[in-house]
Design a protein around this ligand. Structure first.
Ligand SMILES: [Ca+2]
Ligand SMILES: [Ca+2]
Ligand SMILES: [Ca+2]
Length: 554
């Protein structure tokens, strides 16, 4: 990065802090405005779900979270045959909520969150090049926000004028974005800039039905952390300064949504070019429709990143009837990168859900600032001091898009390995490589990009350095010291992957650069669960395909 752009970076950061300060008064009003909302009822009897209620408002504000069992009226047909088909096919509609968490706002004097994840050092490697698309599946969006309006992904097949020969040609040129015709035959009419699966139309703008609903700011706050415009001399920057955000509204202005709309949004993202999907939302019920959609995304090489949930201490409104710590869905599905929250002192946020499904943690307590929305400030509002795993997840999505921008061919598995295998390990992890409360640790953007840059697509398959025979199995205990490594060309970074066949979860040792002797690790097996784990060496996309069943921990 040039000195000039670095100076601009610093200037924009300072401006960000300044904006935070001057907005503080307005935000206090915003946070403390009593909001009483009546959540919509599920479409079918909610036998199998526990609601995941989370808001961003003071705990003392009253809120009715009791789900009724009254079926909602059938939704009106949307402007999308594709969406209607999914609505018809879904068997059970589970309820999804935003994963923000309540807390009292106080102004934080520094933007510790970008420093915590080494974003500024990462910017010396890349700040993004506009080539990647991150689909944000969330509540509605401040489409005209100054710091986001240049970032929304445009479906180029639904803009411009129709011509003779086009499917939607009517005899005279018409604007494709407003011609009430599905110019690209993707099942969505006039979807030139995202989609509202809630409203069934092409306008994912927030606040259309309830300007003061609990969810009206959430999609905009998450989007700002995914990819607010960097280096534009206004507002904020995040990890990735230049990515395209596909705004997909699946939750309403109250922050609530249903299986069919979340499902349809995932399929839309995959089928319309997203590289990464961020879901700062969830349910505490396993949901076959969303699970299948997530698997489709991953099979299509789309990285799926989701908030772990806010039931770490069991006190969140959404956590009634939910076991303490339980990670929400879709974060809990095996190949989704599940993101928990950490505070400025490297402590796991007490509300942050945890368990063997957790991948990483990222700032989620008092996140200093992001873009926001209100009816009176639709283009320039910012919110300070955000709490919730909702705000951790988009920082990881922002990083994933940066990795993808410098290494477009990177697979989901490789991006997961890079993000997990380059984390910093806070002291709370007691020297372990993985714990259920911290996952692999705090994401490190600079290390992740350094490794991504160093990975060589044409590398030979690495060999696992392990004493004994392949597929030799033995039982181990927490206090034994284990060791292995990977052998590859000197200078190549590699990691050792642990795969648990019974659950599909993977862990990674920290990437190391191999020398003439390869790269070696030793560790306490305490960092893996009781079960069998297959172990492989991994370098970029190359993985040795003869797993060594190193450990059966009993
Ligand atoms: Ca279309
Ligand atoms: Ca059209
Ligand atoms: Ca900006």
């Amino acid at each position: 990065m040039t000195q000039i752009s670095k100076n601009i970076t610093h200037a924009s950061l300072h401006l960000m802090l300044f904006l935070g300060a001057i907005l503080c008064v307005a935000l206090v009003r915003q946070f403390f405005t009593p909001i009483v909302s009546t959540p919509p009822s599920p479409k079918t009897e909610p036998k199998n779900y526990s609601i995941a209620r989370a808001e961003q408002k003071p705990p003392q504000a009253s809120s009715s979270n009791n789900q009724t069992t009254q079926p909602t009226p059938k939704k009106q047909a949307s402007l999308s045959p594709a969406q209607d088909a999914i609505r018809q096919s879904v068997q059970t509609e589970y309820v999804y909520h935003i994963f923000a968490t309540p807390n009292d706002p106080t102004y934080e004097s520094t933007n510790w969150s970008l420093a915590k994840i080494n974003a500024e050092a990462a910017w010396d490697i890349t700040t993004g090049d506009g080539s990647t698309i991150v689909a944000v599946i969330d509540s509605g969006f401040a489409l005209n926000h100054d710091d986001l309006s240049d970032r929304w992904h445009t479906n180029t097949s639904e803009v411009g004028m129709t011509q003779l020969g086009d499917a939607c040609w009517t005899g005279s040129p018409q604007d494709k974005s407003t011609n009430t015709c599905d110019d690209d035959s993707n099942g969505y009419i006039d979807d030139w800039q995202g989609w509202s699966f809630v409203m069934g139309d092409n306008n994912p703008q927030t606040g259309r039905t309830n300007e003061t609903g609990d969810g009206v700011r959430h999609g905009t706050q998450v989007s700002g952390l995914v990819g607010a415009s960097g280096n534009n001399a206004i507002g904020i920057a995040t990890v990735n300064w230049d990515t395209q955000i596909m705004p997909l509204q699946a939750l309403d202005d109250n922050g609530t949504g249903y299986t069919s709309d979340v499902t349809a949004a995932i399929y839309y993202a995959v089928d319309n070019g997203a590289d990464v999907i961020n879901m700062s939302l969830g349910s505490y019920s396993a949901d076959p429709s969303v699970k299948t959609a997530v698997e489709y995304a991953i099979d299509s090489d789309v990285v799926v990143i989701a908030a772990a949930g806010n039931c770490g201490n069991g006190t969140g409104n959404e956590c009634t009837g939910v076991p303490i710590g339980k990670i929400g869905y879709p974060a809990a599905y095996p190949d989704v990168i599940a993101v928990g929250a950490v505070d400025s002192s490297d402590n796991r946020s007490s509300f942050s859900s945890y368990g063997p499904e957790l991948d990483v943690i990222a700032p989620g307590s008092a996140v200093p600032i992001s873009t926001s929305w209100s009816a009176t400030e639709p283009t320039s509002l910012y919110t300070t001091n955000l709490y919730g795993t909702s705000f951790s997840s988009p920082l990881v999505a922002s990083l994933a898009a940066l990795i993808k921008s410098i290494r477009p061919s990177t697979s989901v598995a490789d991006i997961t390995a890079i993000i997990n295998g380059t984390t910093s390990k806070p002291s709370g992890m007691s020297g372990l490589y993985y714990t259920q409360k911290f996952g692999h640790g705090i994401i490190d953007a600079e290390r992740a990009l350094t490794i991504a840059m160093a990975l060589n697509d044409t590398s030979d398959t690495p060999v696992l350095l392990q004493a004994g025979n392949h597929r030799k199995e033995h039982v181990t205990g927490d206090t034994f010291v284990q060791s292995s490594g990977c052998e590859t060309a000197p200078g190549n970074p590699c990691t050792v992957q642990f795969y648990q066949p019974s659950t599909g979860y993977t862990h990674y040792l920290p990437y190391q650069i191999a020398d003439n002797n390869g790269a070696g690790w030793s560790w306490l097996p305490k960092f893996i669960d009781v079960s069998s784990w297959e172990v492989r060496a991994r370098i970029g996309e190359a993985v040795n395909n003869t797993p060594y069943i190193l450990i059966r921990k009993g």
